[in-house]
Design a protein around this ligand. Sequence first.
Ligand code: PLP
Length: 458
Amino acid sequence: MEVKKIFLPESELPRQWYNIQADMPTPLEPPLHPGTGQPAGPDDLAPIFPMPLIEQEVSQERWIDIPEEILEKYLIWRPTPLYRAYNLEKYLDTPAKIYFKNEGVSPAGSHKPNTAIAQAYYNKISGTKKICTETGAGQWGSALAFCCSLFGLECKVYMVKISFQQKPYRRMMMETWGANCVASPSNETKAGQSILAKNPDSPGSLGIAISEAVEAAVASEENKYSLGSVLNHVMLHQTVNGLECQKQLAIAGDYPDVVIGCAGGGSNFAGNCLPFVRDKIHGKDIDIIGVEPASCPTMTRGPFAYDFGDTVQMTPLLAMHTLGHSFVPEPIHAGGLRYHGMAPIISQLVMDNLIRPVAIQQMETFQAGITFARTEGFISAPETNHAVAITIREALKAKEEGKEKVILMNWSGHGLVDMAAYEAFLHGKLADHELEEEAIQQALEEIAPLPKPRQYTG
Ligand SMILES: Cc1ncc(COP(=O)(O)O)c(C=O)c1O
């Protein structure tokens, strides 16, 4: 019998995170203060984040030790298994070997606790009492709620309204772990009130929810804000995944030709691919593909520019691929991929041609999810289906080319709380959506007066 799952013993759990900033060919541009437009220093970030996370944000150290308290909590679900997708390979009749890393085995059902544990820990040791955050589909909010409960912290979550309505079970999970979750835009913050005054039916967006969470965090010194993606320290924490994958693939005696992940703010993709990007920088030939929705095509159609991380312009300016901070994407079911920006690290690696972005329509992603469920059994999150769909495309391409490629896909989460989306697909209620160039241009006009990074592409 062939080996289906490659497990790592707990003793092989990585003890350090990998910081790609030490190896990037083009260093990151600094974040800029939202008011002055000058580089933001640690003091500017101190009202929102605890100092250990600010230090990690700017660290140039290649390896950063994972504290023992975090390792202990990681053991609840890590190391996660790496699967060989034999059934999918057979169904596609492809010579490609398909591996997928199952990050859906965490208590919250996705990769998000990899950083939520670390952020809750560093907040706890820095004296924070309450963490405020936003969530799209609810994966991040539930992950942070779970991790705050482990460290005895209060947790407040602003959940994008469209997802709040579509995914009530995520809210219930947050409440089970003791968090308080409200629909965003809410009437609880000035940011929320100003959006509702202009558009009482706003479906919300991650940009708006971030504005609300930041405002709530700075309201008290005991509160801090937490972001589940985009920032450098989040990418760093997620690398525990890719480092495990490297050990697991070595056990299987394989090395990937193609690495694939879906990208909303970029964190699950980064976590899986950055150790391989390091190898690519050092000469390995790997196609590293970040997959985004065609209705929120940040990397494929947004310029590399400085922009705010939120809608109401409270966060520092980040140099990233962006569709403009006021861009509100279609309410597609992959709520976690509806963010107007992309992690500065991923954006810079796209600029340096180390990562290849691809955009894909919703219908193909759900069809891929169905194929995956009917071959490998697991029901993927709608976000994850973006990676599944491109994996299938790449496996079929390998068949056409007659090449035995090794494909590694990051399976970022399960979709068991997203069944309403599957129902809509199975009953013909979903459609593709072609994004008008005008909608992008309108949102981009707002960022035209902002400072420009060296490699500005607007
Ligand atoms: C299962 C899953 N995958 C992917 C994402 C996208 O986020 P990121 O790009 O930060 O991994 C999300 C976000 O909510 C998610 O829940």
